[in-house]
Design a binder for this molecule. Sequence first.
Ligand SMILES: Cc1cc2nc3c(=O)[nH]c(=O)nc-3n(C[C@H](O)[C@H](O)[C@H](O)COP(=O)(O)OP(=O)(O)OC[C@H]3O[C@@H](n4cnc5c(N)ncnc54)[C@H](O)[C@@H]3O)c2cc1C
Length: 389
Amino acid sequence: MTVDSSQVYFSAEHEAFRRSVRAFLDEQIAPHAADWDRNREVPRWAWLAFAADGLLGLNHPRSAGGAEKDFFHSVVFLEELGRTGFGGVRFAVALHSYMATSYLASGGSSDLRRRYLAPAVAGKKIAALAITEPQAGSDLTGLAATAREEGGLLIVDGEKRFIVNGGFADFFVTAVRTDGPPGSTGHSNLSLCVIDRASDGVRIVPNDCVSWRACAMADLSFGGVRVPEANVIGRRNSGFTQIMKNMQLERLAASITAIGDAAHCLDLTWRFLSRREMFSTTLAAKQVVRHQMAELLTELEAARQLVYHAAWRYARDPLSITECSMAKLKATELARIVAEECQHLHGAEGFREGSHIVRIVQDAQAATVAGGASEVMRDIIARSGYEER
Ligand SMILES: Cc1cc2nc3c(=O)[nH]c(=O)nc-3n(C[C@H](O)[C@H](O)[C@H](O)COP(=O)(O)OP(=O)(O)OC[C@H]3O[C@@H](n4cnc5c(N)ncnc54)[C@H](O)[C@@H]3O)c2cc1C
């Protein structure tokens, strides 16, 4: 059950790209995604397959092997990735390309791009983004990991939590405090640096998060890790500005995958309702059920148009904070509601451990917290809508 969305944003080239991405995902990714969830891993060959189709660097610079396509190619890719219905592989890849390596593309030196971005676009190195800490999630002023200077190196100490791709990433784009007195807080002395997984003092502990299993969530601890000064991304102490800028892309990417996910969930539920017979008819023929599905489909179309609009704004101004926050709020909350209502419509089948619909619900719930909880999105929207006018 689909609504033909307006052709305002997509050209014939985008639609041809959509067909090729969908075929790639159907043939090479979806058949394995349940196994990857069980094993908590997206195997190396899959990263190479994404890269071989040019899907890990759609907007990244050509000098790093990227395709420098317009942003609506990424909208197509992320929406189709969402349509696979597997949060694990969806976020493993989205985080790699749109959340971690985006810092290297926008602020990394040519040396960092050569050592980390180019291999990441080629699928040879996998990226993770390490910001959240035990005492700092929504409020980044509490970040405590430090990088002190010693003999031309940075010595990093600290803890990171809930790191997507943490179990198999080759490098971590990490937020640290570079200057200031011990125990300092606030935004002013945050920096971003690349930490190699192979460095001495990096400890990786699996985090058994019930959602997005294939992305091998992990907690990290850095104990006296020696990081070359050249691994700092952009200017020292410009970390907060960089996070605020890249966060918009992260939130937009989350919103795009969420609408793909919700569309997939409605499709599979409609198929279930059409097969499920009772009281001499099918569930899909019951008016109450049809109306419920029609409401959800309408809400999805409204969210989709908001997300496309935010993408259009983002392509013109990467600091479209209000639009990206609205898109993240609306799309991830709607995907959660769709998932939970569809689970109910599956009856008892909706509660079978390890079933596809249970996974969809768990994955959709997590997306309303990761990358900024819905309450934080509402705070941002209220501030920009009323206080900053
Ligand atoms: C599946 C998943 C993947 C993640 N991946 C990564 C990753 O790869 N890298 C990384 O660095 N981090 C990652 N995170 C962490 C994520 O960014 C944080 O969970 C998020 O920022 C919220 O922080 P917190 O969990 O510490 O919750 P807290 O900040 O402690 O907030 C707890 C709850 O309080 C409420 N709340 C928060 N702020 C407000 C407010 N202003 N007003 C009212 N209520 C509020 C919300 O309901 C929120 O869920 C991931 C999280 C999840 C769930």
